[in-house]
Design a protein around this ligand. Structure first.
Ligand code: PHE
Length: 448
């Protein structure tokens, strides 16, 4: 029987842009700048860089190598590498985590679409702070609108995934990721040239080591993992589509550097403007949906910059959500043996249904609370604070204690054809440092 060639990335740049697309998301745009400022500015950035390069880069390499070695989805890859171990069960954690993250991520994606639409019709201009606050509250607590927006965002995500890797994900990343980088630089230049921008630079880069506590380190760890899409299975999935000649170590360094660079430029685009207009810096929805629109209505050409900003937010969000959906779809296609078309449609529908509960958690379901959390926060906490660290621990243990060292080295060196430096360091991190450090994160999350 003739076996069909597995779909995959057809170019180096396409693979890199897709992985960067997964990494660069809401985490970079609405969380990083604020977390930096709140946690000691430049001092936090130093801690963040150490964690990202020292710990997360080896983990990114590990996810990519597991994917590429197994040439399969998050469950199949473990089976293909070691048919005897039961580690493939950890693959189900990734399927579940991607599923859950997507169900709330796409609700936020829906809000972004709404604001993008409003920017295009100039309906956010000249609203006061109270008006914008009310406007946002009305949107998220409305009975129907957040649902429709969430459907639309999921539909757009699925419309890329349904075309597969080369024709869907790779193509989309090659077109939109460069635009994303150009636009964020444009915004940063605009923001930095505003009178009074210096105070924002101070908030971001003033090195204050007295703010570095154990909590800051946890903050940096959590931010770095989420921002790099680690522990969720997306990187394993994308790794499985990488060509055998790609250099996994170099690719990981490029992805991590790009993600950090993007986060820093996002900080430069947002924080100086916030200070120039005497607003309080904040994180999350409050920053992008309430504070920033007020700033845009006060600067010359603001409505154009507003459109650019929400477009950036939309691209950043959808390229991440595509990687989440792909992780689940690849599993369904390969393990449950159904066509990509059907798998994409069915999984999207199920995720959309679960997402409806998230979409309504500020409105019709606002009274539903478990452990004091509404449905949205519950799903978010379960996925990012529990499943993500758990998944990362399994990955580190699998690659360093279960897989044969020879296989790992073979995969990193492309069967000895390329030189890889610092392998000793790599193994120490993956074997000891990562499992211990991440267990601390997990324990801390469980104890709150
Ligand atoms: N990295 C994305 C962000 O920064 C979120 C994400 C997490 C995407 C996990 C995929 C997997 O927003």
């Amino acid at each position: 029987m003739e076996t069909k060639k597995r779909d995959g990335f057809n170019s180096r740049i396409g693979a890199l842009l897709a992985i960067i697309g997964s990494a660069v998301g809401l985490g970079n745009l609405w969380r990083f700048p604020y977390v930096v400022g709140e946690n000691g500015g430049g001092a936090f950035i130093i801690v963040y860089l150490i964690i990202s390069f020292g710990l997360c880069t080896p983990l990114m390499m590990t996810e990519l190598l597991i994917g590429r070695r197994g040439k399969s989805n998050v469950v199949g890859a473990f089976k293909a590498i070691d048919s005897k171990s039961k580690f493939y069960y950890s693959g189900y954690i990734f399927v579940l985590a991607s599923f859950l993250i997507l169900s709330f991520y796409s609700v936020v994606g829906g809000w972004v679409l709404h604001y993008l639409g409003e920017s295009l019709t100039f309906s956010l201009s000249n609203l006061s702070s109270e008006d914008l606050t009310l406007h946002f509250k009305n949107l998220v607590s409305a009975p129907v609108r957040p649902l429709l927006l969430h459907f639309l965002f999921m539909f757009l995500t699925a419309s890329v995934v349904i075309f597969g890797i080369e024709k869907g994900i790779e193509k989309m990343s090659k077109i939109f990721m460069p635009i994303l980088f150009v636009f964020i630089v444009v915004l940063a230049i605009r923001s930095l040239t505003l009178p009074g921008a210096g105070q924002g630079l101070n908030f971001l880069f003033n090195i204050d080591f007295s703010k570095i506590t154990m909590n800051t380190v946890f903050e940096a760890l959590g931010q770095s993992f989420f921002s790099l899409s680690l522990g969720i299975g997306c990187i394993i999935t994308y790794g499985s589509y990488m060509r055998s000649e790609e250099n996994i170590m170099k690719s990981s360094i490029v992805v991590v550097s790009s993600d950090i660079l993007f986060a820093l430029i996002a900080g430069l685009a947002i924080i100086p403007a916030v200070f120039a207009f005497n607003f309080e810096p904040a994180a999350g929805p409050g920053l992008v949906f309430i504070v920033l629109p007020q700033i845009f209505s006060q600067i010359a050409g603001g409505s154009v910059f507003q459109i650019i900003f929400f477009f950036i937010l939309f691209i950043a969000a959808i390229t991440s959500s595509i990687s989440l959906l792909e992780t689940v779809v690849a599993y369904v296609v390969e393990e449950l043996k159904i066509t990509r078309r059907k798998a994409t449609i069915y999984t999207s529908i199920i995720i959309t249904i679960v997402g409806c509960f998230c979409a309504l958690s500020e409105g019709a379901l606002a009274d539903f609370k478990l452990f004091g959390l509404n449905f949205f926060s519950l799903v978010e906490t379960l996925a990012s604070n529990i499943l993500l660290p758990l998944g990362s621990i399994f990955i580190a243990i699998f690659a360093s204690w279960v897989m044969k060292k020879k296989d790992v080295v073979e995969e990193l060196s492309n069967y000895g054809t390329i030189k890889v430096k610092n392998l000793g360091y790599y193994f120490v991190i993956v074997k000891f440092v990562a499992p211990i450090a991440i267990s601390f994160i997990l324990i801390k999350s469980l104890l709150f």
